[in-house]
Design a protein around this ligand. Structure first.
Ligand code: HEM
Ligand code: HEM
Length: 307
């Protein structure tokens, strides 16, 4: 590993991750408060770049504050990328940061289309799901710039099958599919049952991944901690899911938006994003700590070849 640790860049990257979580809360509040079409133009809001905050009420406030947080994320990610371009030796990371900036721009354009196309063509679902990719990308930059990632780590051996890399990636993929099903229901495109069935599949894959991590890498402090956290976040999200559904059912005939429904659906959406991002973190940890089969074979061949 030729990279050097730059605490300034890493701390800034962590700040961008926190900002992205706040942006998720702001975005989820728009949906739960049914405020998506409160401001019907884009990129301006009610014909101006910055409407007077005094005139913003109810839905307008949710929609505009989400746009403001989104603009903030765009700016922060651009600064992070510029910083990495001046300081970072790893070319791939510099490009990765640039792609993340592009990702935020695409997400903003999608957000604009959600409004302009009046919530049609599955755009709210696509916007909700792409947001998770953007979040995972920002989190990955924070991981790649961390001291842990750039310092030497004792390498572990994976003797099981399928490989832990495959399992961790499957875990992240299944959680992402579950997010898509959740967004499909939340934006009224599909019924709830696929998302409920999906929760059972996620449960199975999370257990499979965690058991493999415990049996094969029980001695690794990092992976053991990650395993426990995966269980904890998943368990919380599972319970929140029932809470979110219950809140929709009990407030069906009440004047919306009812606070209990708003809180529970927003928290379930945001913890869903955190769970997906955490599953990506586990994938990255596995790639960092455990050489893949072909890397192990290449290393063995180097050692036996003369010279
Ligand atoms: C740039 C980064 C952005 C991110 C990461 C982001 C993220 C999100 C998230 C997580 C949600 C909640 C989805 C849900 O609860 O199902 C959301 C909703 C929404 N966002 Fe964004 N957003 C961004 C930019 C924008 C922009 C620039 C607009 C411009 C109008 C926008 C418009 C909306 C609208 C209208 C909704 C509500 C959709 C609905 O209720 O159907 N977003 N956003
Ligand atoms: C266990 C893994 C689960 C994950 C990762 C997950 C994730 C998500 C996410 C990310 C969303 C919002 C998508 C978006 O628009 O951005 C969502 C929505 C939803 N989920 Fe889950 N969920 C899980 C389990 C459950 C369970 C067990 C239930 C129980 C019924 C449930 C019920 C719901 C409901 C009702 C919504 C829509 C909320 C609303 O009405 O606004 N979820 N889920």
């Amino acid at each position: 590993m030729t990279a050097t640790y730059n605490p300034g860049v890493h701390k800034f990257a962590l700040f961008v991750v926190l900002w992205a979580i706040l942006l998720f809360v702001a975005g989820a509040l728009v949906t739960s408060n049914d405020a998506a079409l409160s401001v019907t133009d884009w990129p301006k809001s009610h014909g101006t770049w910055f409407p007077s905050l005094k005139t913003l009420k109810g839905g307008d406030l949710f929609e505009f504050s989400h746009r403001l947080f989104a603009a903030g994320l765009g700016l922060l990610t651009a600064v992070l990328a510029a910083w990495l371009w001046t300081r970072e030796k790893r070319t791939w990371l510099r490009w990765f940061a640039l792609i993340a900036v592009l990702g935020v721009a695409v997400q903003a354009a999608l957000g604009g289309q959600v409004v302009i196309q009046l919530l049609h063509y599955w755009l709210p679902v696509i916007h909700a799901c792409f947001a998770q990719i953007v979040f995972a990308a920002v989190l990955s930059i924070a991981v790649f710039t961390s001291k842990w990632w750039v310092s030497d780590q004792p390498q572990l051996e994976d003797s099981g099958s399928p490989s832990i890399h495959f399992l961790a990636t499957l875990n992240a993929a299944v959680i992402y599919l579950q997010v898509i099903l959740g967004a499909g229901f939340r934006h009224k495109e599909i019924p709830i049952w696929p998302h409920m069935a999906g929760a059972l599949v996620v449960l199975g894959v999370v257990i499979w991944t965690a058991v493999a991590l415990r049996k094969r890498f029980g001695q690794s402090r990092e992976l053991s901690r990650a395993r426990v956290m995966l269980h904890a976040i998943f368990g919380t999200q599972f319970l929140l899911g029932f809470g979110a559904y219950w809140s929709r059912l009990t407030t069906l005939d009440a004047p919306q938006p009812m606070p209990v429904m708003v809180y529970l659906t927003v928290i379930h959406t945001v913890v869903g994003a955190i769970l997906f991002a955490f599953s990506i973190l586990i994938v990255l940890m596995c790639y960092r700590l455990i050489p893949r089969g072909r890397e192990v074979r290449a290393e063995a061949a180097r050692q036996v070849s003369p010279g």
